[in-house]
Design a protein around this ligand. Structure first.
Ligand code: FAD
Length: 368
């Protein structure tokens, strides 16, 4: 029988079978399967509204895949008039998804730590504590933007912004801007900025551009074929092309037509008002936009002492090796195949919910 879910205002130590930390797509997919199994759970999200990281993406961001290829378990993302759904469409979908499956999300509730207790894991937040028999961490990466070190960075007096905080080109009209990073964020932001300012694209090596007809759906199909072949010991059947390669979405294609989709190799160091290139020349720079990726947001797990040197947790299919009551869903390939994508997270979420169900049953069976 399901117990009533808790509210943030209740006294410390609310009891719950499962606490899911985070309220983005990974949390919702996991909630879907826990709900289906009749498991009592709460979702704790530090944002004021639904949508996870998509709320912070830049205004013009569109998915790489058509709507039906960007769906969470149970309910297809509704189609749009556009080929690829917008950021706002994804947020609306996630908001409706929460309502449709009556997912008990408490927000804004920031989880500050997870620590061990005999009866389970204590999830401490800025709105009280929850004692959970099992915990799912689904906090994503958007909260941990990564910026590489460059000599002289501290003395540079221009603006520095990570793509996590970039919204639109309004503030950059006619400025000298460096866009650093050779992935999709870099390509898309470069494409947009190049219409209003002097933008220079800095990448470690020449970016890999996918053929125009290859979108996120094709990449997912290829990656699935590769994953299946590997797990069955067969040779790789799919053509190369990874999820990190640049997808030629319409704004990037447009930049190519305008002849601005060109990149240069990194500068040697910052100066006060710009950068020095490796050939000894200098360029004035007003702003640098770092499109250099993210790291998993796992600070709340520090009290468990299970973060490894790369800031991750050692897992087998998302189950923490050093803490049997903890699962991680989302984040990246290390947590499960394509688990950081809308369509790919289903497999990881289903597996985590199944294992959690087995774990909770084993607790019941071991009761005297
Ligand atoms: P998030 O969406 O980050 O959600 C985590 C939630 O947990 C957030 O609300 C966060 O605030 C909250 N949280 C964090 N820490 C705590 C804490 N301590 N306590 C409580 N709450 C906390 N994916 C696709 O499927 N298709 C695409 O086309 C696509 N395009 C992309 C394009 C770009 C440029 C980028 C950068 C990403 C793209 N992605 C795409 C990937 C996708 O956006 C992310 O991987 C996705 O948001 C991850 O979902 P998540 O639920 O794991 O994490």
């Amino acid at each position: 029988m399901e117990r009533e879910t808790t509210t943030p205002n209740e006294p410390a130590g609310n009891l719950v079978d499962v606490a899911i930390i985070g309220g983005g797509q990974s949390a919702l997919a996991t909630a879907y399967f826990l709900r289906r199994a009749g498991i009592n759970y709460v979702v704790l999200d530090d944002q004021p509204a639904a949508g996870g990281a998509w709320q912070h993406a830049w205004d013009s961001l569109h998915l790489f895949s058509p709507a039906q290829w960007s769906s969470l378990p149970g309910w297809l993302m509704p189609g749009t008039s556009e080929q690829y759904p917008s950021r706002d469409h994804v947020i609306r979908y996630l908001t409706e998804y929460e309502k449709r499956y009556e997912i008990p999300v408490h927000r804004p509730v920031e989880v500050t730590s997870v620590s061990r207790r005999e009866a389970g894991l204590l999830v401490s937040t800025d709105r009280g504590d929850w004692l959970a028999k099992a915990v799912v961490s689904a906090t994503g990466t958007w909260g941990h933007p990564y910026i590489p070190d460059y000599p002289g960075q501290g003395s540079f007096e221009g603006e520095q912004l990570h793509s996590a905080h970039y919204r639109n080109p309004d503030a950059f009209h006619r400025k000298d801007v460096l866009v650093v990073g050779g992935g999709n964020s870099g390509a898309q932001i470069l494409a947009e900025l190049s219409e209003v300012c002097h933008a220079t694209w800095v990448t470690l090596e020449e970016p890999t551009f996918l053929p125009d007809e290859v979108d996120g759906r094709v990449l997912f199909e290829r990656a699935t074929a590769r994953w299946k072949a590997r797990s069955e010991g067969r040779p790789d059947p799919a053509p190369s092309g990874g999820l990190g390669d640049v997808v030629m979405v319409p704004p990037v294609r447009d930049a190519r037509e305008r002849g601005v989709l060109r990149s240069v190799r990194p500068f040697s160091h910052f100066t006060v008002d710009g950068v020095a290139w490796k050939d000894g020349t200098h360029a004035h720079v007003d702003a640098v936009i770092w499109c250099t990726g993210f790291r998993p947001a796992l600070d709340h797990l520090r009290p468990l002492h299970i973060l490894n040197d790369s800031g991750r947790v050692d897992v087998v299919d998302g189950h923490a090796m050093q803490e049997p009551r903890l699962w991680l869903v989302g984040y990246g390939e290390w947590c499960g195949f394509a688990s950081a994508t809308l369509i790919g997270v289903m497999r990881s979420a289903r597996l985590a919910a199944m294992q959690i169900n087995q774990y909770l049953n084993s607790l019941e069976e071991s009761k005297p």
